[in-house]
Design a protein around this ligand. Structure first.
Ligand code: PXP
Length: 240
């Protein structure tokens, strides 16, 4: 059965909306997410610190009992922080200041050498690395050459597709990508934009190690509570 790692960035977004208040605390949310049965906690420390702050990451490192996954850009600053904090997994993502959220996978055709250097530096110090890439066989083969522990397949195009045909095509690209990565013996995570409906498409796809889901779970938590929101997603994943 695939695991579920829950991204708590948007708990911090809500906290930061009121400036200098300390609630809701993403650390408290992470504890509750773990108690509800999730397999990991994900945070993205962005260059502009728009949601998760350095303080959040450092406390999370101390309190997370399952697995702490740090999403970050491949920059000297972030590599320095990762080497100090030692998350259980780093997921390398592209980052642009003006974007609302991560908009696509890392382009390894353009950035292969720089990413290989970052992957090497982190993995040599014992931190496994995942690279967030689009479901494109060329990107997957390049990730394999870089010798990264895992990849995370970007599911955003599939989740955002407006027509049946586009959605089916995007999903078929994901399935091919997942199978290729598995064949190349890389771990495979998947995420971005997944919700309580789109997750059901993954029935029978056994090669995915873990889903990384944030916005839909935190959104549902506002209405039904975080424990129920996590448990409902876990039940859907168990049924795949
Ligand atoms: N995976 C990666 C690499 C991401 O950047 C994000 C968004 O932070 C997610 C998964 C989770 O996406 P969502 O919040 O849409 O579930």
């Amino acid at each position: 059965m695939a695991g579920l790692a829950v991204n708590v960035d948007h708990v911090a977004t809500l906290r930061n909306a009121r400036g200098d208040v300390s609630y809701p605390d993403p650390v408290a949310a992470a504890v509750m997410v773990e108690l509800a049965g999730a397999d990991g906690i994900v945070v993205h420390l962005r260059e502009d610190r728009r949601h998760i702050h350095d303080r959040d990451l450092r406390i999370l490192r101390k309190v997370v009992q399952t697995k702490l996954i740090l999403e970050m850009a491949s920059t000297d600053e972030m590599v320095g922080i990762a080497l100090e904090v030692k998350p259980d997994l780093v997921t390398l993502v592209p980052e642009r200041r003006e974007e609302l959220t991560t908009e696509g996978g890392l382009d390894l055709i353009v950035h292969k050498n720089a990413i290989a250097e970052t992957v090497g530096a982190l993995q040599r110090s014992g931190i496994p690395v995942s690279i967030f890439i689009d479901p494109d066989p060329d990107q997957i083969k390049l990730a394999h050459q870089i010798d990264t522990t895992m990849i995370e397949i970007h599911t955003g195009t599939f989740c955002e597709a407006k027509t049946h045909n586009k959605r089916n095509q995007a999903f078929s690209n994901i399935v091919d990508a997942v199978k290729l990565a598995h064949k190349l013996r890389m771990g495979v995570n998947a995420g971005h934009g997944l919700c309580y409906n789109t997750i059901k498409f993954f029935k029978g796809i056994r090669e995915i190690d873990e889903f990384s889901i944030g916005h839909s779970i935190v959104s549902r938590a506002v209405l039904v509570g975080i424990e129920r929101a996590v448990k409902e997603m876990l039940a859907l994943i168990k049924d795949l």
